[in-house]
Write a protein that binds this ligand. Sequence first.
Ligand code: PLP
Length: 482
Amino acid sequence: MSNIKFYYGNDVPLEMHKVRIVQKLNLPPIERRLDAIAEAGYNTFLLKNRDVFMDMLTDSGVNAMSDKQQAAMMEADDSYAGSGTFTKLENKINEIFGKKYFLPAHQGRACENILSKSFVKKGSVVPMNYHFTTTKSHIVINGGRVEEVFKDEALKITSDDLFKGNMDIAKLRDVIETNGKENIPFVRLEAGTNLIGGQPFSLENMREVRKVCDEYGIILVLDASLLADNLHFIKTREVACKNNSIREITREMADLSDIIYFSARKLGCARGGGICTNNEEIYMKMREYITLYEGFLTYGGMSVREMEAIVVGLDETMDEEMINQGPEFIAYMAKELQKKGVPVVTPPGGLGCHINAMEFVDHIPQKEYPAGALAAALYLVSGVRGMERGTLSEQRDEDGNETYSNMELVRLAMPRRVYTLSQVNYAIDRIAWLYENRKLIGGLKFVEEPSVLRFFFGKLDTTSNWESDLVGKFRADFGDSL
Ligand SMILES: *Cc1c(COP(=O)(O)O)cnc(C)c1O
């Protein structure tokens, strides 16, 4: 994709696939979108898909499958025990990661449940480059605590640091020394660090983390859910890896890890997950939980069809021309938005394009949820559905006070190979228009506020009637356009 130059300049990322199955999209007029977002309590999670034009909520379970994946699903071997499909998946894991033992699970958080049940107890401390929502919950529910050991650069919105997902090695040592190595069940490194904008770590950093783990005799766990993006960034940004194949890089990362787990809703473009290791003792420890929580050892809650798709999907992940599609589209989107002055997270990561709401709508105080308001406004003017990643996604403290988030972001996830460049251009156009008219956007207030995971189910209303002003300006500028 990136190697193809256009003779007349204007390089754009060129798709290295063709589309042979399509799904019709619906773009309702802005008046209908206004009703839809009001019915959804200005919460994009509560929108119905039929009212959404581009669904950029998440990349989980919604990436496009290849023809080979679809074909493989037709010959799945359905049996409760001893399925040939499972053997295929086990062999593929062994081929790619060099790990002998594979435990299947229905998705990423299920692996986290098994890992935490097996290793985390009261007083445990788990150092990681950054937490993920479900990871942290599973560690905490088992009596443990998360210690993040990211570099200061990780939380800077605009940065030149190509590896914002790196661990700060000095901080890692400090956490181990302070808490005692006997209280550290494992160190967790997350590929394509999700919550800071899909930011990668470098292979060099991973080697250093491994060294520290060896020194203290601590297990290193790799969360490989967003491995595809991280592989692409190592290949393109880490000079020492320029001439290594994706397979070689993957294998070195795997060799540095004692345990790898992943959500196959992301890695492998299907739906499922699993854990692999070469350590028999670790395997035996986790095995019984699989049968208890997931299913028998040869399916672990997954459908055999999805397992077939994962086998092919993992293999396709070893192809740079396949895994660069997401990051290249995201980089294009970020670059075009920056040209129009729209504040975005840089360098662009994997996963999606992240808009900095703190700056975009700097007139909205954090107590009125600027990122939530921006996500709602963006849906209203475009039918594009993004996700709030800011104060709304936090929880109140025990006294009922808001805990203000470090960053107020609107995440526009880029499902792999799903949207075309003209659709991405449409999203850019509407975001840029909204930026010009940003002063029309106002805040949000809760009408129904759940005490846990309020961002999923909570309903809000606008603090003034700003939504009608926005619709009015849209009609004035776009006439009768959708
Ligand atoms: C999505 C994700 C998970 C959880 O996976 P699910 O399949 O959604 O349960 C864990 N870690 C990371 C980094 C993720 O992005």
